[in-house]
Write a protein that binds this ligand. Structure first.
Ligand code: SAM
Length: 267
C-alpha cells in the first residue's frame, strides 16, 4: 500500500489525482470574462497556485495577460517554476492571509486554497477592493466536511494510541454555508454567483480515497505523528475509507465530492 512518506506538500502525490481536481478549476475558469484578461498593465493572480498547473492554463486562455502564481510552499513553487517555460507566467512566495499584489490585478483566481486559511471569509471583501470596477474574484473551495472521507479522519484519530497527539488537530478550516459568502460579497459586487457542485469523482488504484486525502485534508493529522505512528494511523484510516467507498466491479472507486464556487464582479 502506498503511504505518504513525509508531510511537506507532496506535489507528486497531489498531482496523482490531477484529472479529478482539474475539472472544478476549469469550471471556475469558464466564468471569467475575457475582457479582464486584456486589461493593459494588469495581471491575473492564481492564489495558492500549487504546482502551477492552473496558472499555465490561465495563461493559455488569456493570451494577452500576465499570470502571477502565489503560494507559501517552496516545494510547490519549485515544481511550478520547473514546469513553466512561458515568461508571461511568474511565481512568487507569499502568504494569502497577507496578500498584497505587486501588479494591479484584473482577476483574482483561487482554486482549492482558501479552505486552508482560518477566517478566510473576512479576507474576501479586502480582495474585492483590490480589483478595478468589472474585475473578478473567482474562488473554489472543497466543502466536503460532512462526507465520510472527512468524518473518518476524526474517527481514525480516536481509534489508536495516537489519540492524545491528534486530539487538538483541526484539519482544514471550515468552509461556510454558501449564503455567508454571498452576504459578505454582495455590497461590493455588480454581479455575484455562488453555487455548489457535487462531483462524482472516478478514482482508480488501491484505497484511492485515502491516497487522495493524504495529500490534502489528512495532512494536518499526518504532520504531528512520527513515521511509525503515521503509517499505522494511515492504514487505520485507509481501512475505514475502503469500507465507506468500496471498489466497484470495474475497478473504479467513486468519490462524491462537494465544492463551493464564488464568482464576484467588482461594482
Ligand atoms: C490543494 S493545493 C491547490 C493548488 C492549485 N491551486 C491547484 O488547484 O492545483 C493548495 C495550495 O494552497 C497553498 N496554500 C495553503 N495555505 C496557503 C497560504 N496561507 N498562503 C499561500 N498558499 C497557501 C498550498 O501550499 C498549496 O499549494
Amino acid at each position: 500500500m502506498a503511504r505518504p512518506a513525509s508531510t511537506v506538500w507532496d506535489a507528486s502525490l497531489y498531482l496523482r489525482f490531477a484529472d479529478a481536481r482539474m475539472r472544478p478549476a476549469l469550471d471556475l475558469m469558464g466564468r471569467l470574462d475575457p475582457a479582464n484578461g486584456a486589461r493593459p498593465g494588469h495581471a491575473i493572480y492564481d492564489l495558492g497556485c500549487g504546482a502551477g498547473n492552473i496558472s499555465r492554463i490561465l495563461a493559455e486562455r488569456f493570451a494577452d495577460s500576465r499570470v502571477i502564481g502565489i503560494d507559501s510552499s517552496d516545494e510547490m513553487l519549485a515544481k511550478a517554476r520547473s514546469q513553466t517555460p512561458d515568461a508571461r507566467v511568474t511565481f512568487a512566495k507569499g502568504d494569502l492571509s497577507e496578500f498584497k499584489p505587486e501588479v494591479a490585478p484584473s482577476i483574482l483566481y483561487s482554486n482549492a486554497a482558501y479552505q486552508w486559511l482560518p477566517g478566510h471569509v473576512d479576507m474576501f471583501p479586502a480582495l474585492m477592493k483590490l480589483l478595478p470596477p468589472g474585475g473578478q474574484l473567482a474562488i473554489q473551495m472543497p466543502r466536503n466536511h460532512d462526507a465520510p472521507s472527512h468524518a473518518l479522519m476524526r474517527k481514525a484519530a480516536e481509534a489508536g494510541p495516537w489519540r492524545d497527539k491528534l486530539a487538538g488537530v483541526g484539519g482544514i478550516a471550515r468552509v461556510h454555508e454558501p449564503a455567508r459568502y454571498y452576504d459578505v460579497l454582495k455590497p461590493l459586487s455588480a454581479e455575484l454567483e455562488v453555487w455548489e457542485t457535487i462531483y462524482q469523482q472516478v478514482l482508480t488504484g488501491e484505497n484511492p480515497v485515502a491516497q487522495y486525502t493524504s495529500s490534502t485534508g489528512l495532512r494536518p493529522f499526518l504532520e504531528v505523528l512520527d513515521p511509525a505512528e503515521r503509517a499505522a494511523f494511515y492504514d487505520t484510516y485507509a481501512g475505514m475509507t475502503a469500507e465507506a467507498y468500496p471498489m466497484r466491479a470495474d475497478g473504479i472507486t467513486l468519490f462524491p465530492f462537494r465544492r463551493l464556487f464564488i464568482v464576484a464582479r467588482r461594482a
